[in-house]
Design a protein around this ligand. Structure first.
Ligand code: ARG
Length: 366
């Protein structure tokens, strides 16, 4: 590693040790934020040109370079390694390779501290929109089943004991209501995080005459994060996302638990399609509800991610601390887990059928 290879080499007399760089690199995770990173950089450069901090021509060349890098990353022709530390550094270095020293001007009036918060907010905005669609899918699957079995009675339970007969549709609609609140909680989180941190710089802004609101508008933010120290030092938006996701995961886990119970021979309420179950080579009579079990099991990851984030943040002095880099795993993992659980449950439910005779028979047996 050459001393000049890192962004902050000026006051250092020695290059960073490979071991330190490898230990501190986050590129394996934050490479997933490359689209957000490039989108944010293009808006930043356009603002710099509008404020005459760059010429239009310079801004155009930087934009073109960035779009090329995006294509290289999409095609997999640009190889990323831990030597590049993080995605922000990797993109900037590649830009300098492509367009020369002008590439360095991308860093004008910006720090990785405001940049990483921007990337995360853009990423979460997109994730929440995708999760919203996945919630709707599951709600629709539940609604279809409610309609299909409209009028079918089942035992309603308290303490897992027969309490009163209820309609199967009523039971399924309970989950639609829970999911509706989950969706609202995520929407609230999206509204609160939808503010641009750019311009906060490392922590105290910049003396250059930038226009923070201009960048915010270009990126469809509702406004700017007012306080620069807060903008670079809080991760409450990731925590709020993980908290709302934990409640959602808890609901999915309860639904899964019921699907597991209902598909047992003891209950016999539900037939899961063979395509969504597994068997056992030694015990051929078995059909295991693995999908529902895994959704129930993955709840642990989602709760764990929330605890992880809360613990990372709990004793950090203002403002940015490197500990905060550890937020990438819980953020990305929560998004992927919650989205895939919703999608597979919707698919499995659409292919499951209820045993009307069994449900009605049990409801009338009391
Ligand atoms: N990779 C870093 C992170 O995710 C980016 C910010 C680095 N800032 C710094 N001052 N070292 O937190």
């Amino acid at each position: 590693m050459k001393k000049s290879d890192v962004l902050w080499s000026a006051r250092f007399s020695k290059p960073i040790a490979d071991s330190t760089l490898q230990f501190s690199s986050s590129i394996d995770l934050d490479k997933h934020l490359y689209r957000e990173d490039i989108t944010g950089s293009i808006a930043h450069v356009q603002m710099l040109a509008a404020k005459k901090l760059l010429t239009q021509k310079e801004a155009q060349r930087i934009r073109k370079g960035l779009l090329e890098i995006q294509r290289e990353l999409e095609k997999g022709t640009l190889k990323l390694s831990w030597r590049q530390e993080d995605i922000h550094t990797a993109v900037e270095k590649r830009l300098i390779q492509k367009i020369g020293q002008l590439g360095g001007k991308l860093h004008t009036a910006r720090s990785r501290n405001d940049q990483v918060s921007l990337d995360e907010r853009l990423y979460l905005r997109k994730s929440i929109d995708e999760i919203h669609l996945a919630i709707r899918q599951l709600q629709r699957a539940l609604l279809r089943a409610s309609r299909k079995y409209l009028g079918t009675l089942m035992p309603g339970y308290t303490h897992l004991q027969h309490a009163q007969p209820v309609l199967l549709s009523h039971h399924l609609l309970a989950y639609i209501s829970m999911l509706q609140r989950d969706d609202e909680r995520l929407r609230d989180c999206r509204n609160r995080l939808n503010r641009s941190p750019l311009g906060a710089g490392a922590l105290a802004g910049t003396s250059l005459p930038i226009d923070r609101k201009d960048v915010a508008r270009r990126l469809q933010f509702d406004g700017i994060a007012e306080n620069s120290l807060d903008a670079v030092s809080d991760r409450d938006y990731v925590i709020e996302f993980a908290a709302a996701s934990s409640i959602l995961a808890m609901h999915l886990s309860r639904l899964s638990e019921e699907l597991v119970l209902w598909s047992t021979r003891e209950f016999g309420f539900l037939k899961i399609d063979d395509a969504y179950a597994t068997g056992s080579s030694m015990l051929p009579q078995k059909k295991n509800p693995d999908v529902a079990e895994l959704v129930r099991g993955k709840t642990g990851r989602v709760y764990g991610n929330l605890m992880n984030l809360l613990t990372i943040m709990k004793a950090l002095p203002l403002t940015y601390n490197r500990d905060m880099q550890e937020d990438k795993f819980p953020m990305l993992d929560t998004t992927n887990t919650v989205r895939s659980c919703l999608t597979i449950l919707a698919e499995m439910l659409s292919h499951s059928s209820f045993n009307v005779e069994e449900l009605e028979g049990r409801a009338r047996s009391d």
